[in-house]
Design a protein around this ligand. Structure first.
Ligand code: FE
Length: 192
């Protein structure tokens, strides 16, 4: 089965000025597309040939895992942002964030701190842990919480390719901008 680059859920310039059109042209149009191409090249004639992307992520290791997980993570990341995003979550998710972190503002500070502390490339996730509590999780490179049975709610890609065009070396400025477009409706739907 051939895997396809899923459509971006908004126009390339829809997140501007927080995330530029040029960044999405490269990040979605080149990086994500390249991960898909690698998966399609690797799976013919193997036990992975007819699996869904998520099945490949769960059952593969090594290079195939890296490419498949990057495909999965990026699809999740595009949905973690929206031109109508930003602000704060509402309802049950807001209550859970307040319970775990004290307030949305404290959660945001901690999220940015965790993102800044990640050495090298990776992802920052708000997850529902296996015991149902909320947690912040870092994954290096292609790491993904679904591999450990955790439920991702929202993610920020902190690979340099996600921000170097717009923010150069200023990762924290990028994560702050990510909060301006963070899709809390998506996170709330995942939390349910
Ligand atoms: Fe990326």
């Amino acid at each position: 089965m051939e895997h396809k680059l899923p459509p971006l859920p908004y126009a390339m310039d829809a997140l501007d000025p927080h995330i530029s059109k040029e960044t999405l042209e490269y990040h979605y149009g080149k990086h994500h597309a390249n991960y898909i191409a690698h998966v399609n090249k690797a799976i013919p004639g193997t036990k992975f040939a007819d699996m869904t992307l998520e099945q490949i992520v769960m059952q593969s290791t090594g290079g195939l895992f890296d490419y498949a997980a990057q495909c999965w993570n990026h699809s999740f990341y595009w949905n973690s942002m929206s031109p109508k995003g930003g602000g704060e979550p509402k309802g049950e998710l807001a209550a859970a964030i307040n319970k775990t972190f004290g307030s949305f503002s404290k959660f945001k500070d901690e999220f940015i701190l965790v993102a800044a502390s990640l050495f090298g490339s990776g992802w920052v996730w708000l997850v529902k842990e296996t015991d149902g509590k909320l947690g912040l999780e870092i994954s290096s490179n292609a790491g993904t919480p679904i591999k450990n049975g955790k439920k991702p709610l929202i993610t920020c890609d902190v690979w340099e390719h996600a921000y170097y065009i717009d923010y150069r070396n200023l990762r924290t400025a990028y994560v702050d901008a990510w909060f301006q477009v963070a899709n809390w409706d998506f996170a709330a739907a995942n939390y349910k």
